[in-house]
Design a protein around this ligand. Structure first.
Ligand SMILES: [Zn+2]
Ligand SMILES: [Zn+2]
Length: 353
């Protein structure tokens, strides 16, 4: 049981409900926040998954159908602001593979009034905060004139779709487009294949001296090289700023070198994760054995089919299966430390927390 005035919006909703003498302005958002899934924000939902999620309908701006809003944000933010007249439920056919991100997503800094996308954790949060501020401002005016909010919506509607950042990849069925530059020799340290989303391309490349060099349509390459879903190559703010600086100074070589360092660190991190996984599996089995959770007669053993592909030179899995618990745990700890180092290195390159 929790107090129903503890939601971020509920005090505001209560005030508005008292002002308007309408109990629903407070009550319906509370119901929505208790009965709808949290906002999927930048990760969004694949439209093909929506029927299984049993989610109530999403909404979009009547005038800007590309601005889509999840049931939670509609049920809370829009209702509290009494801005329902601007929205309509999305009734078009679902397109499996198309990713539905919420354009009213909450940001980590809910009091920010910045109109600069780079001041937010990602550009979906920027859109959400910018629209929330506009709707809330209009709602607080005496005659509830939402014209300024519609101007903000018009601006947001004119932007390319939000980058998925590190949190979301896109398959070909998403119909997302990708732009950039394809290196003739991807191993050349001074050249690199960069496949970026429309939004990052617009931020870092458009109207710079390198626009032509970095504007090849690489949509086909993006999906053929990452059939499970392409992640934007310049998702972090560091990448975007570095690429823009490189474009402005006509120095793509500088960005290519940074790109290779970043990729090498990421590959190293992935490799170390793959190496650690079987050791952790063995540690879990040792724990199960000690605590009597392992069926009698069963021994500590790896499912080699699962690990063969990941086993790397230097890691003799059979040896670790037979090793004493003490040796195994010392090796696991050593590799965990190493992995943390790689993770810190990777994070510092992208300058993320
Ligand atoms: Zn939302
Ligand atoms: Zn991007």
């Amino acid at each position: 049981m929790s107090c129903d005035t503890t939601f971020p919006f509920s005090i505001e909703a209560m005030k508005k409900a008292v002002q308007a003498n309408k109990y629903q302005i407070w009550y319906l958002p509370i119901v929505a926040s208790n009965t709808t899934r949290p906002c999927p924000s930048i990760i969004g939902h694949d439209e093909g998954d929506l029927p299984d999620l049993g989610s109530p309908p999403w909404y979009c701006f009547k005038d800007y159908p590309q601005i889509e809003v999840c049931a939670r944000c509609y049920g809370t933010e829009v209702r509290v602001a009494q801005a329902e007249e601007l929205f309509t439920p999305i009734t078009r056919d679902l397109i499996p593979g198309r990713i539905r991100q919420c354009f009213l997503a909450p940001s980590q800094n809910p009091t920010s009034t910045s109109a600069n996308p780079m001041d937010y954790e990602n550009t979906t949060a920027y859109r959400g905060q910018y629209l929330r501020n506009a709707i809330s401002y209009c709602s607080s005016t005496a005659n509830k004139d939402f014209t300024p909010a519609l101007r903000v919506a018009s601006k947001i509607a004119s932007l390319p779709p939000p980058c998925g950042s590190e949190l979301r990849t896109f398959k070909s069925s998403s119909k997302r487009k990708w732009f950039g530059h394809q290196a003739s020799n991807p191993r050349d340290p001074n050249d690199a294949t960069i496949i970026m989303c429309e939004e990052c391309h617009s931020f870092a490349v458009k109207n710079t001296p390198l626009e032509q060099f970095l504007s090849a349509d690489l949509t086909k390459l993006a999906y053929s090289s990452s059939p499970d879903g392409h992640r934007c190559a310049t998702w972090s703010k560091t990448c975007k700023f570095r690429l823009r600086a490189a474009c402005e100074t006509r120095d793509f070589k500088a960005y290519a070198q940074f790109h290779h360092r970043r990729e090498e660190t990421y590959d190293r991190l992935l490799r170390s994760m793959g190496e650690l996984e079987p050791l952790r599996d063995l540690m879990d089995q040792h724990a199960a054995k000690r605590e009597g959770r392992m069926p009698p007669g069963q021994s500590v053993q790896l499912d080699m089919e699962q690990y063969d592909a990941k086993s790397l030179p230097g890691l003799n899995l059979v040896m670790w299966e037979m090793a004493s618990y003490e040796r195994l745990s010392a090796e696991t700890a050593r590799r965990e430390e190493l992995q943390q180092e790689f993770l810190n290195e990777w994070k510092s390159i992208d300058n993320v927390a």
